[in-house]
Design a protein around this ligand. Structure first.
Ligand SMILES: [Zn+2]
Length: 213
């Protein structure tokens, strides 16, 4: 699982967090989002993956594939469904871990199966003082294989105690790795969810003041 700490919520159109970006409805923000889905806990989550081409764009943006590979990748609805199923399984597994709940067996089985598929398609290459997975070819699964590998590496080697669910429970509930020294981080981003939470608290205080007055 890639950490989302570096994911900027700055609107590429505005050059700063704009209100539409914060609400995850800005198309400019969507185009640059490292996340393939925003506002998971809301009535209308914004899913950016509508086609296999969207998946490849996201994979390139998340640096799962290089530019030369991205232009070669081609797949259809079936490949997209496989990737979305993996995304949802990863979310269920790690959100359960982040909340201290039992991990759903069905979701874990999906992650395991996709990892097996990715490992069978890949090979280990020497990199620095260790080894990394590498992939050749342009099979549709190439767009999500690194994700399945990363998910299982995190499951098997941790640090699972740093997996957290965003504290913005009314809309985001995104996952992130808390790499702070004292594990005090609560939000996906300070510019996005932390700001949203601050606005929510201000709105709640105003509502309470009106009710009291
Ligand atoms: Zn968040």
């Amino acid at each position: 699982m890639r950490e989302q700490a570096g994911a900027s919520r700055k609107c590429p159109r505005e050059g700063r967090p704009c209100s539409r970006c914060v609400a995850s409805r800005c198309s400019a923000s969507a185009a640059s989002s490292r996340r393939p889905l925003d506002g998971r806990a809301t009535a209308r989550p914004v899913d950016y993956l509508h086609s296999y081409a969207d998946l490849v764009r996201w994979a390139r943006h998340a640096d799962l594939v290089d530019a030369a590979t991205a232009v070669r990748l081609d797949g259809g609805d079936s490949a997209l469904r496989t990737a979305v199923e993996l995304r949802e399984a990863i979310f269920q597994v790690f959100s359960a871990i982040g909340r201290g709940d039992a991990v759903p067996a069905a979701s874990l089985a999906v992650v395991q199966a996709r990892y097996a598929e990715a490992a069978a398609a890949g090979h280990l290459v020497s990199r620095g003082s260790g080894f990394v997975w590498d992939f050749d070819g342009s099979a549709p699964g190439r767009a999500w294989w690194p994700l399945a590998i990363s998910a299982v590496e995190l499951l098997t080697h941790g640090p699972l105690e740093r997996v957290k669910v965003c504290a913005l429970q009314t809309s985001c509930i995104g996952l992130f790795l808390d790499t702070t020294k004292n594990r005090s981080r609560r939000w996906c981003t300070t510019e996005g969810c932390c700001l949203d939470a601050k606005l929510e608290r201000q709105a709640a205080r105003r509502k309470a003041a009106r009710a009291a007055g």
